[in-house]
Design a protein around this ligand. Structure first.
Ligand code: GTP
Ligand code: ZN
Length: 195
Protein backbone atom coordinates (compact mmCIF):
# COMPACT_ATOMS: atom_id res chain seq x y z
CA UNK A 1 0.00 0.00 0.00
CA UNK A 2 1.38 3.41 -0.90
CA UNK A 3 0.34 6.10 1.52
CA UNK A 4 3.19 8.58 1.13
CA UNK A 5 0.89 11.49 0.40
CA UNK A 6 -0.81 11.29 3.78
CA UNK A 7 2.25 10.36 5.80
CA UNK A 8 4.76 13.16 5.44
CA UNK A 9 6.83 11.07 3.05
CA UNK A 10 7.23 8.17 5.50
CA UNK A 11 6.68 4.79 3.86
CA UNK A 12 4.95 1.81 5.45
CA UNK A 13 8.32 0.00 5.55
CA UNK A 14 9.99 2.87 7.42
CA UNK A 15 7.15 3.05 9.95
CA UNK A 16 7.37 -0.70 10.59
CA UNK A 17 11.16 -0.48 10.93
CA UNK A 18 10.71 2.23 13.57
CA UNK A 19 8.44 -0.07 15.58
CA UNK A 20 11.02 -2.89 15.30
CA UNK A 21 13.63 -0.47 16.62
CA UNK A 22 11.46 0.40 19.63
CA UNK A 23 10.87 -3.29 20.35
CA UNK A 24 14.64 -3.89 20.30
CA UNK A 25 15.22 -0.78 22.39
CA UNK A 26 12.69 -2.05 24.97
CA UNK A 27 14.78 -5.23 25.25
CA UNK A 28 12.89 -7.76 23.14
CA UNK A 29 13.56 -9.55 19.87
CA UNK A 30 11.35 -8.35 16.98
CA UNK A 31 12.13 -11.60 15.10
CA UNK A 32 10.56 -13.91 17.66
CA UNK A 33 7.33 -15.44 16.47
CA UNK A 34 4.93 -13.53 18.72
CA UNK A 35 6.34 -10.18 17.61
CA UNK A 36 6.73 -10.79 13.88
CA UNK A 37 3.46 -9.12 12.88
CA UNK A 38 3.55 -6.52 15.64
CA UNK A 39 5.05 -3.65 13.58
CA UNK A 40 2.26 -4.13 11.02
CA UNK A 41 -0.40 -4.18 13.75
CA UNK A 42 1.04 -1.14 15.50
CA UNK A 43 1.14 0.95 12.32
CA UNK A 44 -2.37 -0.19 11.45
CA UNK A 45 -3.69 0.86 14.84
CA UNK A 46 -1.77 4.15 14.68
CA UNK A 47 -3.36 4.78 11.30
CA UNK A 48 -6.75 4.50 12.98
CA UNK A 49 -5.85 6.35 16.19
CA UNK A 50 -4.30 9.23 14.24
CA UNK A 51 -6.74 9.36 11.36
CA UNK A 52 -7.65 12.91 12.43
CA UNK A 53 -4.70 14.12 10.33
CA UNK A 54 -6.53 12.90 7.24
CA UNK A 55 -9.85 14.56 8.02
CA UNK A 56 -10.99 18.15 8.01
CA UNK A 57 -13.53 18.42 10.85
CA UNK A 58 -14.97 21.58 9.30
CA UNK A 59 -16.45 19.46 6.51
CA UNK A 60 -18.64 17.56 8.96
CA UNK A 61 -20.52 20.76 9.75
CA UNK A 62 -21.13 21.91 6.21
CA UNK A 63 -24.47 20.17 5.79
CA UNK A 64 -27.11 21.91 7.89
CA UNK A 65 -30.89 21.78 8.10
CA UNK A 66 -33.21 24.71 8.25
CA UNK A 67 -34.87 24.77 11.60
CA UNK A 68 -38.51 25.70 11.08
CA UNK A 69 -40.07 25.74 14.54
CA UNK A 70 -38.33 28.79 15.95
CA UNK A 71 -36.04 26.74 18.22
CA UNK A 72 -33.88 29.21 20.07
CA UNK A 73 -32.48 27.25 23.00
CA UNK A 74 -29.24 25.42 23.55
CA UNK A 75 -28.57 22.15 21.74
CA UNK A 76 -26.38 20.00 23.98
CA UNK A 77 -24.72 16.69 23.15
CA UNK A 78 -23.31 15.17 26.31
CA UNK A 79 -20.90 12.34 27.00
CA UNK A 80 -19.16 12.10 23.65
CA UNK A 81 -16.57 9.42 24.37
CA UNK A 82 -13.22 9.93 22.72
CA UNK A 83 -9.69 8.61 22.73
CA UNK A 84 -6.85 10.97 22.01
CA UNK A 85 -3.08 10.88 22.59
CA UNK A 86 -1.08 13.45 24.48
CA UNK A 87 1.56 15.11 22.39
CA UNK A 88 4.17 14.88 25.13
CA UNK A 89 4.18 11.11 25.67
CA UNK A 90 1.99 9.70 22.90
CA UNK A 91 -0.01 7.95 25.60
CA UNK A 92 -3.81 7.66 25.55
CA UNK A 93 -6.05 10.42 26.79
CA UNK A 94 -9.48 8.93 27.40
CA UNK A 95 -12.46 11.07 28.17
CA UNK A 96 -15.81 12.61 27.44
CA UNK A 97 -16.68 15.84 25.73
CA UNK A 98 -19.85 17.85 26.17
CA UNK A 99 -20.66 20.14 23.27
CA UNK A 100 -23.39 22.75 23.00
CA UNK A 101 -24.39 25.49 20.62
CA UNK A 102 -27.17 28.02 20.42
CA UNK A 103 -28.36 27.89 16.81
CA UNK A 104 -29.18 30.92 14.74
CA UNK A 105 -31.58 29.52 12.13
CA UNK A 106 -29.89 26.33 10.96
CA UNK A 107 -29.09 23.18 12.88
CA UNK A 108 -26.54 20.47 12.20
CA UNK A 109 -27.00 16.68 12.36
CA UNK A 110 -26.05 15.88 15.96
CA UNK A 111 -23.70 13.03 15.06
CA UNK A 112 -21.55 15.65 13.33
CA UNK A 113 -20.73 17.26 16.67
CA UNK A 114 -19.32 13.91 17.81
CA UNK A 115 -17.39 13.58 14.54
CA UNK A 116 -15.77 16.96 15.13
CA UNK A 117 -14.66 15.78 18.61
CA UNK A 118 -13.26 12.55 17.15
CA UNK A 119 -11.57 14.35 14.27
CA UNK A 120 -9.59 16.56 16.63
CA UNK A 121 -9.16 13.75 19.17
CA UNK A 122 -7.46 11.44 16.73
CA UNK A 123 -4.33 13.55 16.65
CA UNK A 124 -1.51 14.27 19.07
CA UNK A 125 -3.02 16.83 21.38
CA UNK A 126 -2.97 18.78 24.55
CA UNK A 127 -6.42 18.95 26.03
CA UNK A 128 -6.62 22.73 26.19
CA UNK A 129 -5.91 23.06 22.47
CA UNK A 130 -8.35 20.30 21.53
CA UNK A 131 -11.11 22.01 23.56
CA UNK A 132 -10.53 25.34 21.84
CA UNK A 133 -10.25 23.77 18.36
CA UNK A 134 -13.63 22.07 18.72
CA UNK A 135 -15.31 25.25 19.95
CA UNK A 136 -13.71 27.53 17.35
CA UNK A 137 -14.57 25.18 14.49
CA UNK A 138 -18.25 25.04 15.45
CA UNK A 139 -18.33 28.82 15.91
CA UNK A 140 -16.64 29.47 12.55
CA UNK A 141 -18.62 27.06 10.41
CA UNK A 142 -22.11 27.17 11.95
CA UNK A 143 -21.95 30.78 13.11
CA UNK A 144 -24.32 30.14 16.01
CA UNK A 145 -25.04 32.66 18.79
CA UNK A 146 -22.72 30.76 21.08
CA UNK A 147 -20.76 27.55 21.69
CA UNK A 148 -19.75 25.66 24.82
CA UNK A 149 -17.31 22.78 25.08
CA UNK A 150 -16.31 20.99 28.28
CA UNK A 151 -13.89 18.07 28.24
CA UNK A 152 -13.14 15.71 31.12
CA UNK A 153 -10.34 13.25 30.50
CA UNK A 154 -7.86 10.89 32.09
CA UNK A 155 -4.31 11.23 30.93
CA UNK A 156 -2.50 7.90 30.94
CA UNK A 157 0.80 9.76 31.26
CA UNK A 158 -0.40 10.83 34.71
CA UNK A 159 -2.47 7.80 35.73
CA UNK A 160 -0.13 4.94 34.83
CA UNK A 161 3.35 6.49 35.07
CA UNK A 162 5.07 9.67 36.22
CA UNK A 163 3.15 11.12 39.17
CA UNK A 164 0.90 8.00 39.18
CA UNK A 165 -2.44 9.55 40.06
CA UNK A 166 -4.90 6.77 39.14
CA UNK A 167 -8.15 8.71 39.41
CA UNK A 168 -7.16 12.19 38.34
CA UNK A 169 -9.26 13.95 35.71
CA UNK A 170 -8.39 17.06 33.76
CA UNK A 171 -11.35 19.35 33.05
CA UNK A 172 -11.11 22.06 30.40
CA UNK A 173 -13.71 24.33 28.87
CA UNK A 174 -14.09 26.82 26.08
CA UNK A 175 -17.16 29.09 25.99
CA UNK A 176 -17.79 31.46 23.10
CA UNK A 177 -20.41 34.06 22.16
CA UNK A 178 -23.58 34.12 24.27
CA UNK A 179 -22.60 30.92 26.09
CA UNK A 180 -19.74 32.97 27.47
CA UNK A 181 -21.31 36.43 27.69
CA UNK A 182 -24.93 35.83 28.71
CA UNK A 183 -25.08 34.71 32.36
CA UNK A 184 -28.37 32.82 31.90
CA UNK A 185 -27.15 30.81 28.89
CA UNK A 186 -23.78 30.17 30.51
CA UNK A 187 -25.44 28.95 33.71
CA UNK A 188 -27.83 26.73 31.76
CA UNK A 189 -24.98 25.15 29.80
CA UNK A 190 -22.93 24.47 32.91
CA UNK A 191 -25.98 23.06 34.72
CA UNK A 192 -26.84 20.70 31.84
CA UNK A 193 -23.24 19.52 31.64
CA UNK A 194 -22.97 18.93 35.40
CA UNK A 195 -26.09 16.75 35.66
N1 GTP B 1 -1.41 21.35 30.02
C1 GTP B 1 -1.37 20.07 29.65
N2 GTP B 1 -0.38 19.29 30.07
C2 GTP B 1 -0.37 18.01 29.69
C3 GTP B 1 -1.36 17.45 28.88
N3 GTP B 1 -1.07 16.13 28.70
C4 GTP B 1 0.08 15.90 29.37
N4 GTP B 1 0.52 17.04 29.99
C5 GTP B 1 1.68 17.32 30.83
O1 GTP B 1 2.81 17.60 30.01
C6 GTP B 1 3.92 17.67 30.88
C7 GTP B 1 5.22 17.28 30.19
O2 GTP B 1 6.21 17.53 31.15
P1 GTP B 1 7.73 17.05 31.08
O3 GTP B 1 8.36 17.41 32.37
O4 GTP B 1 8.32 17.53 29.81
O5 GTP B 1 7.55 15.46 30.93
P2 GTP B 1 7.84 14.31 32.00
O6 GTP B 1 9.24 14.39 32.49
O7 GTP B 1 7.43 13.02 31.40
O8 GTP B 1 6.86 14.74 33.19
P3 GTP B 1 6.08 13.85 34.26
O9 GTP B 1 4.80 13.43 33.63
O10 GTP B 1 5.86 14.80 35.40
O11 GTP B 1 6.96 12.67 34.61
C8 GTP B 1 3.55 16.82 32.10
O12 GTP B 1 3.44 17.68 33.21
C9 GTP B 1 2.18 16.24 31.72
O13 GTP B 1 1.35 16.05 32.85
C10 GTP B 1 -2.41 18.29 28.45
O14 GTP B 1 -3.33 17.90 27.72
N5 GTP B 1 -2.38 19.59 28.86
ZN1 ZN C 1 1.38 12.88 28.38
Amino acid sequence: MCDHDHSQGVSQEEAEAAVRTLIRWAGDNPDREGLLDTPKRVTKSYRELFEGYHTDPREYLERTFEEVGGYDELVVLKDIRFVSHCEHHMLPVIGRAHVAYLPTNRVVGISKLARVVQGFGRRLQIQEKMTAEIANTIMDVLQPHGVGVVIEAEHSCMTMRGVNLPNSTLITSCLLGTVREDPRTREEFLRLVRN
